[in-house]
Design a protein around this ligand. Structure first.
Ligand code: OAD
Length: 249
C-alpha cells in the first residue's frame, strides 16, 4: 500500500500540523459494501432514486416505503465492517493535537472504527425520532406496524437523519464550520461535494488559507480548486498517506 505516492510537501505539512479537519461522504464506506448516494441502486430498490426517498414529502406520501428503505439500509450497514480508510482516520486522529472528523454519512462506521472527534452532520441511521414532535426516542420495536409509533404521543417514527430540505443539527454544523475555518489541513474524502452546506466546508478552509486535499477516484466540482487531488479509493490512499507521514516520524 505504500506504493501510492503521496506528495512530499503534503507529508511535511501534515507532520507539522496541529489542526486538521476531515470531511467524509458516502465514498469512504463504498469499500465496506455500503452503496453511495449517487450510484444507481440495485435489487429491491433499483427503481427508486435515493433523493426521492430522503425527503419529508416522501415520508408523508408513503411512510411505510421510506421506513422500509431505511430498515434495508440499516441491515446492509450492520453486515458491513469499517474498511482501511476508516481505520487510517482513527490513526490520523492519534497524531494530530486538534482533529475533527466531519461526516455526512449516517452509517456509524467511523465510530465503529474507533474515531472519537466526530461530527455527524446528517444524523444516524440507528436512531429514530417522532415525525410529529421532532424529538428523539430512546428505542423502538420493529413490530407489525410500519413505521412504529412514538411511545409518547403515538405519532409515526422516522429515522433521525437529515432529509433534503431540512436543517442540519446546529451545534454540529457550527463546530464543523469552526473546524474548517481554523484547520491548517482540510481533507475532502469520498464526497461528490454537491450537497450544501457540507460542500461549503472545503471552500471555507480554502478561503482561510488551509492546504486542502481531496481523495476520490472521480473528479468533483471541488477538484480544480484543491491544493492536492489524490485520485484513488480512500481505502488505498488513506493508509498510504498515514503510513508515509507517520511511520518514520
Ligand atoms: P455521493 O454518492 O454523492 O458521492 C460519493 C462520492 O464518493 C463520489 O464522488 C464517488 O466518486 C466517491 N467514491 C466512490 N468510491 C470511492 C472510494 N472507494 N473512495 C473514495 N471516494 C469514492 O455521496 P455524498 O457526497 O456523501 O445527504 O452525498 C452527500 C449527501 O447527499 C449525503 O450525505 C446524503 C445525500 O443525499 C442526505 O441524505 C441529506
Amino acid at each position: 500500500m505504500n506504493t501510492i505516492p503521496i506528495p512530499a510537501a503534503l507529508i511535511a505539512r501534515l507532520r507539522n500540523a496541529r489542526r486538521v479537519a476531515v470531511l467524509t461522504g458516502a465514498g469512504i464506506s463504498a469499500e465496506s459494501g455500503v452503496p453511495t448516494f449517487r450510484e444507481a441502486q440495485t435489487g429491491l430498490w433499483a427503481r427508486y432514486n435515493p433523493e426521492d426517498l430522503a425527503t419529508p414529502d416522501a415520508f408523508q406520501r408513503d411512510p411505510k416505503l421510506v421506513w422500509e428503505w431505511y430498515t434495508w439500509r440499516r441491515e446492509r450497514v450492520r453486515q458491513a465492517q469499517p474498511n482501511a480508510g476508516h481505520h487510517a482516520l482513527v490513526e490520523m486522529e492519534r497524531h494530530i493535537a486538534e482533529f475533527w472528523l466531519i461526516t455526512q454519512n449516517v452509517d456509524g462506521l467511523h465510530r465503529r472504527a474507533g474515531s472519537h472527534q466526530l461530527l455527524e452532520l446528517h444524523g444516524n441511521l440507528f436512531r429514530a425520532k417522532c415525525f410529529s414532535e421532532d424529538r428523539p426516542v430512546e428505542s423502538w420495536m420493529d413490530g407489525d406496524e410500519i413505521p412504529p409509533r412514538c411511545p409518547r404521543c403515538g405519532g409515526l417514527l422516522r429515522p433521525d437523519v437529515v432529509w433534503f430540505g431540512e436543517m442540519l443539527p446546529t451545534d454540529a454544523l457550527h463546530a464543523a464550520q469552526h473546524a474548517a475555518a481554523t484547520a491548517e489541513v482540510f481533507f475532502s474524502i469520498g464526497t461528490s461535494a454537491l450537497v450544501y452546506p457540507a460542500a461549503e466546508l472545503p471552500l471555507t478552509a480554502l478561503a482561510a488559507g488551509a492546504t486542502v486535499v481531496e481523495i476520490n477516484p472521480q473528479p468533483t466540482p471541488l477538484s480544480a480548486r484543491v491544493t492536492y487531488s489524490l485520485n484513488g479509493p480512500a481505502g488505498a490512499v488513506l493508509p498510504a498517506l498515514v503510513a508515509q507521514t507517520w511511520a518514520a516520524a
